[in-house]
Write a protein that binds this ligand. Structure first.
Ligand code: SF4
Length: 477
């Protein structure tokens, strides 16, 4: 059946990247609109293998251009229920990447595709075979899908018209876990779908922690594990709680150790610094530690400029992804900001110093009222100096902590200096020791300890030392 398509179809194309020079057209992405959506429907509402396109087809698109793009799939089957929509939708990423000459990135409203020049040269001139191949893969790999129909849209008016309703569907899905918490359940869900490019990544999805791609919540994980227990989403019995605040459970640790091939053996679900959750590369937002201010900044895919640490989302995503535990960077899904356990082990919102305005606005209702005005956006600060000034002006709790730490450090330094000054004889202070000068007796006494095996400590204050040459010789008997 795959022979009917004007492209090759195999999981081996999953890692294929289409660079700008090799790209024929780009679809959606950070500079245009788009989305992907799966909806459960009754059997008689779905025309199996049906395909409709609203807007220009591939053959009408100009090389090198960018176009809006949306994909809506209707699925039906005896086992199909709305809880399965999100996990079916997430697989669109996999299956479209099986197509040679197509690159699919991200999910939901963040999708970004490229069609390569090679694919066009081999005869691909329509979206229809792409949709048909994708639906064939869905039905092969997820046999509970009995009927499937695709609607692709490339017309901006139609996409803009549908977007508010689509956003509302994502939000309804996300809101389902609001009243359910980690302590209310015995089972979490794992996902290893992204191990194809981040081989040690294990996503642990709990009621208080949405997946870092943002596409799979606890209910979605449960539905997926039920309908396809051998699939990439599976149950994890959480076991004994080891650290309630950090969110560490022995069942999660066991799963992490075995599924990461021993790369790590502990995960604290709600900690930024200690045994943090891994990040594969699909995360919606990346968190970055700002040591100068002892706070954490967050930046999402839609913010193209540099964050106050001088790095862009793309710069930091490169360091964070790959499925390793990287202390100082953390990928998360946007809905995790809404969790009462959001990095609670590290101070929660009181540890947040900066985020882009559109992201802050999006989660505004979930930021505690006493901190919300003290979290800077690009309108308040674009570098570390302006961030420090803003946080100081707004009495950010992290700045008060920082000042306390700095004062304690300064007091400690002064105390050490006082002890050192008291230990150095007065005659040494400020007196240069040079060739031909008599050495003060206490210093000469100290230096005579050289070679005797006793060891000495020399404190040099305000000293400038220039050494042209150091010769180390074995001492003759
Ligand atoms: S980011 Fe995590 S939950 Fe989302 S598809 Fe990848 S492994 Fe699964």
């Amino acid at each position: 059946m795959a022979d009917e398509f004007p492209f090759e179809l195999s999981p081996m194309f999953e890692g294929e990247r289409i660079r700008k020079d090799d790209m024929y057209i780009e679809l959606a992405g950070p500079k245009d609109k788009g989305f992907e959506l799966v909806r459960a429907a009754d059997m008689d509402e779905v025309e199996d293998d049906g395909f409709t396109l609203i807007g220009p087809d591939l053959s009408e698109m100009k090389e090198g251009e960018r176009y809006p793009f949306a994909m809506i799939y209707k699925i039906a089957g005896a086992a199909i229920e709305p809880d399965l929509e999100a996990i079916v939708e997430r697989r669109n990423h996999d299956f479209q990447n099986y197509i040679s000459g197509i690159m699919h990135l991200n999910q939901r409203y963040d999708i970004w595709l490229r069609v390569g020049k090679d694919a066009i040269a081999k005869g691909l001139n329509s979206f229809e075979p792409i949709a048909k191949a994708t639906m064939m893969l869905f039905k092969n790999e997820m046999p509970f899908i009995e009927k499937m129909e695709a609607l692709y849209i490339t017309g901006i008016d139609e996409i803009e018209k549908r977007l508010p309703e689509v956003q509302a569907i994502y939000e309804t899905r996300d809101a389902r876990t609001r009243d359910l918490h980690d302590e209310d359940v015995d089972t979490f869900y794992g996902c290893t779908l992204c191990q194809s490019f981040a081989p040690t990544n294990v996503c642990v999805v709990t009621p208080d922690r949405v997946s870092l791609c943002g596409a799979i919540n606890w209910f979605d994980g449960r539905a997926a594990a039920k309908v396809d227990p051998e699939g990439p989403q599976f149950a994890i019995e959480k076991g004994e709680c080891i650290d309630e605040l950090g969110g560490e459970y022995d069942g999660v640790n066991e799963a992490a150790a075995s599924l990461s091939q021993g790369e790590y053996a502990r995960i604290k679900l709600h900690s930024f610094f200690e045994y943090p959750h891994t990040s594969c590369g699909c995360f919606e937002v990346v968190g970055y530690y700002i040591p100068e201010l002892d706070v954490i900044g967050w930046v999402d895919r839609d913010y193209a400029a540099a964050a106050p640490n001088g790095l862009t989302f793309a710069n930091m995503a490169g360091q964070t992804g790959g499925g390793k535990q990287i202390v100082g960077f953390l990928g998360i899904g946007i809905n995790y900001f809404r969790s009462p356990k959001f990095i609670v082990a590290d101070g929660g919102w009181n540890r947040v110093g900066w985020m882009p305005k559109h992201l802050k606005d999006r989660v505004l209702d979930d930021i505690p009222k006493d901190i919300v005005d003290a979290i800077a956006t690009e309108e308040d600060a674009t570098d570390l100096d302006s961030l420090k000034a803003f946080m100081t002006e707004k009495n950010h709790p992290a700045i008060a902590e920082l000042l306390k730490k700095e004062e304690a450090k300064e007091a400690k330094k002064k105390k050490e200096e006082a002890i050192s000054a008291a230990a150095v004889p007065e005659v040494v202070a400020g007196m240069p020791i040079g060739v031909g000068m008599p050495m003060p007796a206490p210093v000469a006494g100290m230096l005579s300890g050289f070679g005797s095996g006793g060891g000495i400590k020399i404190v040099l204050k305000n000293a400038k030392i220039t050494i042209d040459q150091v010769i180390v010789k074995h001492e003759e008997e």
